[in-house]
Write a protein that binds this ligand. Sequence first.
Ligand SMILES: [Zn+2]
Length: 42
Amino acid sequence: MADESEPKGRPCPFCGASMMHRHCKYVCPQHGVVYDCADTFY
Ligand SMILES: [Zn+2]
C-alpha cells in the first residue's frame, strides 16, 4: 500500500479504483472527489 510514486491514475484509497485527475482534484468514479489540491498530501 505504498504506491505514492504513481505518475498518473492514483488508486482510490477506499475502493482501489483508478481515479481521474480533474483540474486539481482526484475524482473516484464511485466516491467522487477524494483528494483536492487544497489537501496537504503534496
Ligand atoms: Zn473509490
